[in-house]
Design a protein around this ligand. Structure first.
Ligand code: BTN
Length: 247
């Protein structure tokens, strides 16, 4: 049976989960009221308000493919948002973000723990801006929103985390038997498929093209200058002008 460990303060829930993964049951989650050194993708920092936002890391010890950790957590977050905040239209921005229009609402950081040449656990940490105000959001260095800034309503963070934990657990169970169903749902929430985007590759090179599809192992199939490229990491850039489905 999984456990939910709620910490008052920690450097990073991902770091804690990595350090303690052996003691924590499969499917467990570590969440925190305050992170003192929250981490984002590619070495970035992650800022969240004390008790204002969701900061939680899920442990997956039994996945067919590592990218499914982000898929399960992302699907669960979008389903939570659909239920609790139906006035917004969140979507998944490959590889690991949740956006509302061209603003970032949540980010995920997936990290693998290796033992004897095999992945023993994938940790997927999610940070979601819930009640953060403009001051905190403007310090993130990219266009960002919170549920509060979108709706002018305050949300009960503990309640949202508990619900998120339950939905993640439900999709993790589904994933054991029907990973293809989880993949299909994740693909459906990747609303940028078929749209023109910009990609920044791991070397920092920016390319314009079309997000054709996702491959069965979670990579992005990107078409530029009539050529298809496969990305397993990188950053997708969008802005208000580039997204025709907002119009
Ligand atoms: C990103 O968008 O770059 C990923 C952000 C991930 C932030 C979460 S908050 C909970 C967990 N602990 C961390 O230190 N990072 C993740």
């Amino acid at each position: 049976m999984y456990t939910h460990l709620r910490l008052e303060e920690v450097d990073s829930t991902n770091t804690y989960a990595k350090q303690h993964f052996a003691e924590l049951a499969d499917g467990s989650v570590v969440s925190a009221y305050r992170q003192t050194a929250g981490r984002g993708r590619v070495g970035r920092k992650w800022h969240s308000g004390d008790g204002l936002d969701i900061t939680a890391s899920f442990l997956f010890k039994n996945l067919e493919q590592p990218f499914l950790a982000g898929a399960i957590t992302g699907i669960a977050a979008i389903e939570l948002l659909k239920d609790e905040c139906p006035e917004i239209s969140p979507f998944f921005k490959w590889p690991n973000d949740i956006y509302v229009r061209h603003f970032k609402l949540a980010g995920m950081l997936s990290e693998a723990v290796w033992e004897q040449g095999k992945i023993a656990c994938v940790i997927c940490g999610i940070g979601m801006n819930v009640n953060s105000g403009d001051e905190l959001l403007s310090g993130t260095g990219q266009p960002a929103v919170s549920l509060f800034s979108l709706t002018q309503k305050n949300f009960n963070v503990d309640f949202l985390i508990e619900r998120l934990v339950k939905i993640v657990n439900r999709y993790y169970i589904i994933c054991q038997q029907y990973p293809q169903d989880v993949f299909a749902k994740w693909r459906e929430y990747n609303r940028l498929i078929g749209h023109e985007i910009e990609v920044v590759d791991p070397m920092g090179k920016c390319m314009r093209g079309v997000f054709r599809d996702v491959s069965p192992d979670g990579a992005m199939i990107f078409e530029t200058d009539g050529e298809q490229k496969l990305f397993s990491c990188g950053d997708v850039k969008i802005n208000a002008q580039s997204l025709d489905f907002f119009k």
